[in-house]
Design a protein. Structure first.
Length: 194
């Protein structure tokens, strides 16, 4: 439904709120006329009661409607940077991190909303829809903490800042699902596991 300020004038809304205040209209009647829900109705009523003579429903945008050319270029640069990380087969990165893009832009003093970043990423083909995964039903095999420790290792290039791959050795308690041990080693050996 269209916004209130596009459908009615300030004077019309004032008249209905005044009628409500006088008891000539019910709250539901005003809801129906304005086409708003209870929360929006009470926000309008509060503003009206605060200062009826200056009450207005005119909408004034507080932010710019369009991004500047410099902001668009920075957004494109960071989105493409993220794309190179996702497409690098040596890295264990499978999806885009738009919050990281927003944070990197914020370090440069550029504020852009997350939906805008995602929209621009889609235009630049820097987007993967979220994978639909089955809800994980955690099956605990053990009855108490420490009965079973799951121990594993994984070899990856864990950071784009380093060239070599490192092994991450972890130990996980099956019952509490807490990480008991984790360490990076340059080579996966028996002694490193011990």
């Amino acid at each position: 439904m269209e916004q209130v300020h596009r459908r009615f004038t300030t004077e019309q809304v004032k008249a209905w709120l005044h009628q409500y205040g006088q008891g000539h209209m019910t709250r539901r009647d005003v809801h129906d006329v304005l086409g708003v829900r209870k929360t929006r109705f009470f926000a309008l009523l509060t503003d009206y009661r605060r200062d009826a003579p200056t009450f207005s429903i005119a909408y004034e945008r507080t932010t710019h409607g369009h991004l500047s050319q410099a902001t668009e270029e920075a957004l494109q640069r960071e989105s493409l940077r993220e794309k190179t990380l996702v497409e690098d087969v040596r890295l264990p990165i499978s999806g885009y991190n738009y919050s990281a893009v927003r944070d990197r832009l914020a370090k440069d003093g550029i504020t852009v909303s997350l939906p805008t970043i995602i929209d621009r990423a889609k235009q630049l083909d820097c987007y993967k829809p979220p994978r639909k995964t089955k809800a994980h039903d955690r099956e605990v095999i053990t009855a108490t903490i420490g009965d079973l420790i799951q121990h594993d290792a994984s070899l990856h290039q864990w950071s784009p800042c380093v060239e070599q791959k490192w092994a991450l050795i972890t130990s996980l308690d099956d019952y509490s699902r807490k990480m008991l041990f984790a360490d990076f080693v340059s080579a996966e050996t028996t002694w490193a596991h011990i």
